[in-house]
Ligand binder design. Structure first.
Ligand SMILES: [Zn+2]
Ligand SMILES: [Zn+2]
Length: 156
């Protein structure tokens, strides 16, 4: 039955062609959608769409190599992060290493937030930061007594 076997081959070829065509359209669609996430430029989106279709499959591979490394969302996040870093720089927060754990903490801190070591306290008369060894406040002459060294186990 020659007719039967040849029609079977045709059905098989159509199935394979349909499968490849579906993959082809899907890869082009992926490229176009990815390009829209990575660039607001319509020209670039059109270029990506074209590359997604021509040459088939290879164009999608080429697109993966030339596409912008970050999406627009990622770029926004990076910009926000740099903005906040700049704002911290503007505040000129003085940092110093914690005498106990060595991590950078603000110079005005009296307790290390990382290892909870207390290395200074505040005068209850004038609110200046005092060393733990001082028994009198050098700013307002308030008697502050000797504070025990140790770790802060709870706040307040
Ligand atoms: Zn520390
Ligand atoms: Zn004082």
């Amino acid at each position: 039955m020659l007719a039967d076997s040849s029609s079977l081959i045709i059905v098989g070829l159509v199935a394979v062609a349909g499968y490849v065509a579906a993959l082809y359209v899907a890869s082009a669609f992926f490229v176009w959608r990815d390009a829209r996430r990575r660039s607001a430029s319509v020209l670039f989106q059109l270029f990506a769409l074209l590359l997604g279709f021509v040459p088939p499959f290879l164009g999608a591979l080429v697109y993966l190599m030339v596409r912008p490394p970050t999406t627009l969302d990622e770029e926004r996040a990076i910009a926000l992060e740099q903005q906040s870093l700049l704002e911290i720089d503007d505040d000129q927060v003085a940092l110093r290493p914690c005498p106990s754990c060595g991590r950078d903490i603000e110079a005005a801190f009296i307790v290390c937030p990382h290892c909870r070591t207390q290395f200074a306290r505040r005068c209850h008369g004038c609110d200046h930061v005092l060393r733990l060894g001082w028994s009198v406040c050098p700013y307002c002459a308030e008697e502050v007594g000797h504070a025990p060294l140790g770790r802060v186990t709870r706040t307040g």
